[in-house]
Design a protein around this ligand. Structure first.
Ligand code: HEM
Length: 512
């Protein structure tokens, strides 16, 4: 009898397990994929025809306006999740940050960054963690950033002098040179720009690097079709450029090693913390020497080169673009310009005939709001690329593992459901506002969010604030040739960084 009961029990147990599994399976099936536009009947293209490569952020914005803030697009053979609202961004960064912490493995950064041997484009793994820790500790911390004050002051002096030399200042170019020089001196110990060491113009290398990073690459949308890029000569261009970059960094490293050998007890450079000598290359080489024996990040010299290139690329363009866009908005908004000039006059006790120092920036509260508003309306990195590491569920939709993700920061920071008068340049919106890109806020993602948030915030802000404060303190600005504010072309150039497409040319009349 007992045996019969046992078999009945076993039967019901098996049945209930079977039914639970069945219910779970059908529940997963019922859960939908996110909505999105219909794909072309030509399967290989998917939704690519809806994407305007010349105006990426705008074409993505019109797609999210039409289909919603969480949509799944098919770009070639790659499913791509597009996120365009702050509440979905908040849900992701609060509950699924780890799942969304990968970067897509794109073809050009893979090549130029020595097979992702650094941080920005690397997958979320231990190598990335070590790379981020070292860059933060040795280059981007508040303490490090403060120690570069002399370099910034000298470069601002040069920027002001260069503007005094010309009748019409090309601010796009001049601010790029300025931020290039700051980053170059901090990292490499020399400018390597137009006025740098003979035969090496890093500015030119950087332009081509940016251009390649912003190029459409067939392999990124149609894996297995790299041959198309090869046929159109893209690989040749990439290989040639990589060779030049590699040679450049080899030379920089060799020069640093030679200097270290010449210094008696070269280890002292690192240990004494002599900031003039101890540029980022020296610090990385010191760590490389140790890592060679222990393995891990920096054990290979390619890690040093990739880190230098990446922090250089990430730091230069974004700051220059932000300075240029802010000056552009100020020219279009005389009320804001006048209010800011008044703040500067008060902060410098009238008409001080000297440059504004970093110690004075703290007082310039309106300047900070102006920059914040500029970053909101014209984010230097408007499309933030990520990739999911595992399957997850957002708002009842299934998001498979390895889905490419794009956060449209430009759309989020102008979302009319969140922002009053979203397209207006109105810095007063931040009066008493809790929104701040330093905190975990999701209304605007100018520096991203979560564990992959931009680590260069401190580095960037002081460069941008110091340059803008002095540009406005030293010169009266006007538009050239009877041009009106409404004539300023606001188009955005295609590329990784959202530069102003047409250079900003302004007449600068020195105030003293
Ligand atoms: C106004 C200036 C800047 C803006 C607007 C900006 C914006 C951004 C954004 C949106 C991201 C992506 C964050 C994410 O995925 O959530 C990022 C990443 C990054 N930024 Fe910046 N950035 C600026 C300046 C800098 C500077 C000065 C540096 C270094 C010198 C820097 C280094 C990096 C690095 C290394 C990453 C990759 C971080 C990672 O993947 O873990 N950035 N930046």
């Amino acid at each position: 009898m007992e045996q019969v009961f046992f078999f009945i029990f076993l039967f019901f147990l098996t049945l209930s397990i079977f039914l639970t599994i069945l219910a779970k399976a059908s529940e997963t099936k019922r859960k939908k994929m996110p909505p999105g536009p219909r794909r072309l009947p030509v399967p290989i293209l998917g939704n690519l025809h809806l994407f305007d490569a010349n105006k990426p952020q705008h074409s993505l914005l019109s797609l999210s306006n039409k289909y919603g803030p969480l949509i799944l697009l098919q770009f070639g053979s790659i499913p791509t999740l597009l996120i365009s609202s702050s509440d979905i961004a908040e849900e992701i960064f609060t509950n699924h940050d780890l799942t969304f912490s990968n970067r897509p493995a794109l073809f050009v950064p893979k090549k130029l960054l020595y097979n992702f041997s650094s941080m920005a484009f690397a997958p979320h793994n231990d190598m990335w963690r070590q790379a981020r820790k070292i860059a933060t500790l040795e280059l981007l911390s508040l303490q490090c950033v403060r120690s570069f004050e002399v370099i910034r002051r000298e470069e601002v002096e040069k920027l002001v002098a260069a503007i005094k030399d010309v009748s019409v200042a090309n601010l796009s170019k001049l601010t790029l040179s300025f931020s290039n020089n700051v980053v170059c001196r901090v990292e490499l110990g020399d400018e390597f720009g137009d006025g740098g060491k003979e035969g090496v113009c890093l500015h030119e290398l950087i332009y081509e690097t940016q251009s390649l990073l912003g190029s459409f690459c067939v392999a990124d949308y149609f894996p297995g079709m790299e041959w198309v890029d090869r046929l159109r000569g893209f690989h040749e261009r990439l290989d040639k450029h990589f060779e030049k970059l590699d040679k450049f960094f080899d030379r920089v490293i060799q020069e640093h090693l030679k200097c270290r050998e010449e210094e008696e007890g070269s280890e002292n450079i690192i240990e004494n913390g002599d900031k003039q000598q101890n540029d980022f290359v020296n610090i990385l080489l010191g760590r490389h020497k140790v890592a060679v024996h222990h393995g891990g990040f920096l054990s290979n010299i390619d890690h040093v080169k990739a880190t230098l290139l990446e922090t250089f690329m990430a730091g230069t363009d974004t700051s220059a673009a932000t300075i240029t866009w802010t000056m552009t908005e100020l020219m279009r908004n005389p009320r804001v310009m006048n209010k800011l000039l008044e703040e500067l006059r008060q902060a410098t006790d009238g008409n001080a005939r000297r440059l504004i120092q970093e110690s004075e920036l703290e007082k310039l509260e309106y300047l900070k709001k102006v920059i914040k508003e500029s970053l909101r309306l014209r984010p230097a990195a408007p499309l933030i690329p990520r990739e999911t590491t595992q399957l997850c569920e957002i708002r009842g939709y299934i998001i498979p593992a390895n889905t490419r993700v794009v956060f449209n920061a430009a759309a989020i920071s102008t979302d009319p459901n969140v922002w009053e008068r979203p397209l207006e340049f109105w810095p007063e919106r931040f009066d008493g506002s809790r929104v701040d890109f330093k905190k975990r806020e999701f209304e605007f993602l100018s520096f991203g969010s979560g564990r992959r948030k931009c680590p260069g915030f401190n580095f960037a802000m002081v460069v941008v604030e110091l340059a803008l404060a002095n540009l406005l303190h030293c010169f009266d600005w006007s538009l050239p040739d009877g041009m009106k504010a409404e004539d300023i072309n606001m188009d955005v150039a295609v590329g990784l960084t959202a530069h102003k497409k047409e250079a900003l040319r302004l007449v600068a009349r020195p105030k003293w």
